[in-house]
Write a protein that binds this ligand. Sequence first.
Ligand code: AMP
Length: 293
Amino acid sequence: MIEILRSTKQFDIFRKNLDKKTIGFVPTLGNLHRGHISLVKESLRNNDITIVSIFVNPKQFGPNEDYEKYPRTLGDDTNKLKELYRSEDLIGTDKQIAIFAPESIDEIYPDNFSVNISLPELSNKLCGLNRPGHFDGVSTVVYSLFSIVRPNKAYFGQKDFQQYLIIKKMIEDMRLDVQIVPMPIKREVDGLAFSSRNQYLSKEERADALILTRTLGEIKNVVKNTIWSEAKPAIDQIINESLKDTRWDYLTYLDSKNLENPVEKTYMLGLFGAFKLGDTRLIDNKLVEIKYA
Ligand code: AMP
């Protein structure tokens, strides 16, 4: 069964009847694609109730970003979730999907809303440098949604790896009773990560978008196959060469645990890139184990 809840009040009434059920939560901006669907699938597998929130959160968009034009497709999203529910053979079972799609911004941010959740150490790098305030907007809305939804588990894609780490740290610091579940990146056949923003791309931009994925892949191969003392200068060279293309916002590597520069004991390296194609900015990342001698 699928329910659609358009206000916090409606959601609260729905939530009151779920006391003994396990609740999985998938927060999204909507315009669902196969990346989102993989999170919902995993939640359906492991929880009685799966709640998908669809809310284009104004606080996480900068003044010159795509808040206005961000695709709002609640009808299509609902159909995709219905189709998933059917194809997973859940009709007639106790499993349930609820879509929490607040009809207005006031449902999440009532008049005079004044809280700001900020994790500056993890936020002031990578995407945070070019998108000031973005991660405060994300952590604030996720905290607020956690308070409304009160999930047992929350599913986040590693496509937004920095976001995942920030929410994980927020949960730890605030001792929230939510288990965060990271999910692998879903990709198109040619390797481009699914993103709602891919549809903004022209044909040529779509072809060039592969530079992002391919460069990260190239760096990953070097790190995977070479001891770190040799891999590091080799990937520094690839990065310096690549950055001559001014479409890169950033292309770098950090310790995937804390987004600090790698140290001697760094185990898993995160390779991070953001690439601009016209007005569209795409991000991607790959994780790779460092090989020590
Ligand atoms: P968004 O609607 O962009 O805020 O994304 C909602 C959730 O879906 C976030 O946890 C994202 O990391 C996740 N997500 C987006 N794209 C992908 C993808 N290609 N693969 C896996 N997860 C994704």
